[in-house]
Design a binder for this molecule. Structure first.
Ligand code: 1GP
Length: 243
């Protein structure tokens, strides 16, 4: 189970690397090579999802990954159209940094019957959008305001509330393609305040940024845009986790 492996890694100081596949930005024909590369470089998970679903590639992307590697596939849905039974798990995201009831609980109500009968491992996740220096798709599509990146106290209290509500993971998100990733000082402040595993993503483009996020307390980092643009850059990020 994915959650127990995250807890084990957290207890033992292990770190995890996930690659985000946005079906709208991915040519499924390139996924076999990426699956092989991800296996060689030690990627732990594929996240699959995006803000929209313009192309009908979701199922094809999931199946192609699963046909070419043993890396678990975790849904990272931008909306209820992105549920798929062939994945292994789902980040059931509640956008706790925002005040849009639809993204806090509304869409979950719609999805609940489908999720209940699915075989997916459900990973209840407090999703926190942190200002990464630009309006991002998730900010626009969710109609929510990100937490300012210099407001550590707001981020900390939001994370604490999410943990006390029983959410089992926290995801600090600067937004895909963000000019600035989540600041290490904010990650560190949240890490000190909560005990559940911490995922950090958005705008991580260099090994140094990956290292800073991990050193600050991220248990798992997510890279998407970098790998879309240059899959070979994955090795440099993966190396950081070996150190
Ligand atoms: C977005 O955190 C992920 O949800 C990945 O972001 O595309 O900027 O790597 P990037």
């Amino acid at each position: 189970m994915i959650y127990s492996s995250l807890l084990e890694a957290r207890a033992g100081g292990g770190k995890k690397l996930a690659v985000l596949i946005d079906p709208d930005k991915t040519d499924p024909g390139k996924l076999p090579a990426l699956a092989t590369l991800a296996t060689q470089t030690g990627v732990h998970y594929f996240l699959v999802g995006g803000s929209l679903l313009v192309n009908d590639h979701l199922g094809q992307c999931i199946r192609t990954i699963k046909d070419h590697c043993d890396i678990p596939v975790v849904l990272f849905p931008g909306n209820v159209l992105q549920l798929h039974p062939d994945a292994d798990a789902i980040l059931l995201l509640s956008l706790i940094s925002g005040r849009n009831a639809e993204f806090l609980i509304g869409k979950h109500v719609v999805a609940a019957p489908w999720l209940r009968q699915s075989k997916l491992e459900i990973l209840p996740t407090g999703y926190m959008l942190i200002d990464g220096g630009a309006l991002t798709s998730v900010g626009y599509m969710s109609n929510t305001t990100p937490i300012p990146s210099n407001k550590k106290d707001i981020a900390v209290c939001t994370a604490m509330a999410g943990e006390m509500l029983g959410l089992r993971l926290l995801y600090l998100e600067a937004g895909s393609g963000a000019p600035q990733p989540v600041p290490p000082s904010l990650i560190a402040a949240v890490r000190q305040a909560v005990d559940i595993p911490l995922i950090v993503g958005g705008g991580i483009r260099t090994p140094r940024q990956a290292q800073e996020a991990l050193q600050a307390g991220a248990d798992m980092i997510v890279v998407g845009s970098l790998v879309e643009e240059n899959p070979d850059a994955l090795a440099g990020i993966a190396d950081v986790l070996m150190c």
